[in-house]
Ligand binder design. Sequence first.
Ligand SMILES: NC(=O)c1ccc[n+]([C@@H]2O[C@H](COP(=O)([O-])OP(=O)(O)OC[C@H]3O[C@@H](n4cnc5c(N)ncnc54)[C@H](OP(=O)(O)O)[C@@H]3O)[C@@H](O)[C@H]2O)c1
Length: 220
Amino acid sequence: MKTAFITGISRGIGKAAALRFLQEGYQVIGTSTSGKSSIEHSACECLTLSLDRPESIKSLIQYLADSGQELQVLVNNAAVLLENWSNPVVNMDFLRRTFAVNIIGTVELTEGLLPFLVSGQSHIVNISSGWGSFSEKGFGANVPHYKMSKSALNMYTKLLAERLKNQGIGVYALDPGWVKSDMGTQAAERHPKEVAQEILNLLDDKPSGHFWHRDQIRPW
Ligand SMILES: NC(=O)c1ccc[n+]([C@@H]2O[C@H](COP(=O)([O-])OP(=O)(O)OC[C@H]3O[C@@H](n4cnc5c(N)ncnc54)[C@H](OP(=O)(O)O)[C@@H]3O)[C@@H](O)[C@H]2O)c1
């Protein structure tokens, strides 16, 4: 049985992705900050992870190492958007807290999980955002902390894809669009289930090192 590791399965896109992978017959190892999720399935385990706490990342990696875990899929989904959507002013506290989860913790976790990914048949999907793009139409100065964190995640995606290209591990950044969730609000246009399917579609021999949106490569 293949195993997908998905961060942030307590709600939103991460929960929808976990349910979709379970439907496909994967074992799912997910995370939330409380270690709880509402998914009740014998093939789903939810572990405690706070990406802004290095000791939390280390103990999760140790737990997987102790159980001899192999992974075929890593979905870096968990993230925070702390700021008011209309504010363009940089606040150093928000910047530090946003980077701690969305980039530093995400990179630290990914680097720690690389030895668990099976060469030749594994995939890493980084859930990014159109707000991390340099080519957005109507680019605005708002949401600076989140935008900077997601553009850094995009660069990590490209770097990692290059690094892992001879190991048969595909690395993808996914712009999910505006999605109904606690982060996206219920006013958003897309359902998390649509994004869950797009994550799965990326595992189907798609070229590594690109930024995807609705099953198409989009400009960074
Ligand atoms: N919704 C949108 O419109 C939209 C648009 C573009 C990109 N995205 C991206 O899509 C992904 C999922 O977003 P979503 O809308 O589903 O968000 P969400 O509903 O707010 O869910 C966020 C998830 O991240 C986890 N999380 C939060 N802080 C964490 C921390 N410090 N350490 C570890 N996990 C943490 C949460 O776990 P707890 O429940 O334990 O807090 C939760 O499971 C994110 O990467 C987001 O940036 C979303």
